[in-house]
Design a protein around this ligand. Structure first.
Ligand SMILES: NC(=O)c1ccc[n+]([C@@H]2O[C@H](COP(=O)([O-])OP(=O)(O)OC[C@H]3O[C@@H](n4cnc5c(N)ncnc54)[C@H](OP(=O)(O)O)[C@@H]3O)[C@@H](O)[C@H]2O)c1
Length: 266
């Protein structure tokens, strides 16, 4: 199947590692020109080098923009620059780092505010910035990385459970508002995919429970019907389809990429 990505322009935030980077890589491999956003210039340069070396993309088809998605002006400026460089934007993957673990008793007002700015307002501002270009081009595809926690809230991850539920409501509402413009929006909800984020969470659980990280990973894997963590590439293959122009009829959905872990019917 042709994903119809050749020549399309994709903006990916949280693109310097993990799920964002793997998805950017695959989109580039499928012929999209990509703009990579995240805070660390060094990690972005590394991602860019990798993509150029492995996908055969032209030098100017992969841009990097070091920024923090909490910085409204920086997001607007980067999107303007990307639009000017590539002539427009077709695809956005909105993504950033997960919030710290914690319970109602431990989470501070500052942590609520920070998670809201990073996950919710970061997404709002990215989408707001790309919509005009997508409308001009007659359509677009938007993806937002959330979490399995939007289907089944996870113990000890109150911030993720709370804020991502809001992001899901935002996406579901906006999908209907922009459908008439040919813009499709879906959320991607990973379960346990082997990235830096998962390794940090597992290390935290191991420390709290006095277990080895391997023991935590074995227990977590046992709760997944497919019996293992996913890989960033497995995540990327799913995301790339819904972000592609081969997807013409799925919008407003949350796609679980969790090896079968979450047992809900919807
Ligand atoms: N991996 C999983 O199984 C899983 C499961 C459920 C939910 N999730 C969520 O899915 C998202 C991606 O997961 P991941 O595993 O790829 O995480 P990750 O390995 O921690 O990567 C997060 C990415 O976001 C960037 N980032 C963090 N804060 C940012 C900010 N304020 N502004 C701009 N970029 C920022 C990081 O790069 P810089 O440091 O360069 O900014 C990095 O590129 C996270 O929100 C995570 O919580 C992941």
């Amino acid at each position: 199947m042709d994903l119809l990505l050749r020549g399309k322009v994709a903006v990916i935030s949280g693109a310097s590692q993990g799920l964002g980077r793997a998805t950017a890589h695959l989109l580039a491999q499928e012929g999209a020109r990509v703009a990579l956003l995240s805070r660390s210039r060094e990690k972005l340069e590394d991602a860019r080098r990798d993509i150029l070396a492995q996908t055969g993309q032209e030098d100017d088809a992969v841009q990097i923009h070091p920024l923090d998605v909490r910085d409204k002006a920086a997001v607007e400026q980067a999107i303007q620059t990307i639009r000017a460089h590539f002539g427009g934007i077709d695809i956005l993957l909105a993504n950033a780092g997960g919030p710290p673990a914690g319970t109602f008793e431990t989470i501070t007002d500052e942590q609520y505010e920070d998670a809201f700015q990073t996950l919710f307002m970061g997404t709002v501002r990215l989408i707001r910035a790309v919509l005009p270009s997508m409308r001009t081009r007659g359509g677009g595809r938007i993806g937002i990385i959330t979490s399995q926690s939007v289907k089944a809230p996870m113990p000890g991850l109150l911030l993720s459970n709370a804020i991502r539920a809001g992001v899901t409501g935002l996406a579901r509402t906006l999908a209907n508002e922009v459908a008439k413009d040919g813009i499709l929006i879906n959320c991607f909800a990973p379960g346990r995919v082997d990235t830096e984020r998962t390794r940090t969470l597992d290390a935290g659980i191991a420390e709290r429970e006095g277990l080895s990280v391997e023991a935590v990973k074995a227990r977590m894997s046992g709760e997944i019907p497919l019996g293992r963590y996913g890989t960033p590439e497995e995540f990327a293959r799913v995301a790339a389809f819904y972000l592609s122009f081969a997807n013409t009829y799925v919008t407003g959905q949350t796609i679980l990429i969790d090896g079968g872990k979450v047992g809900t019917l919807w």
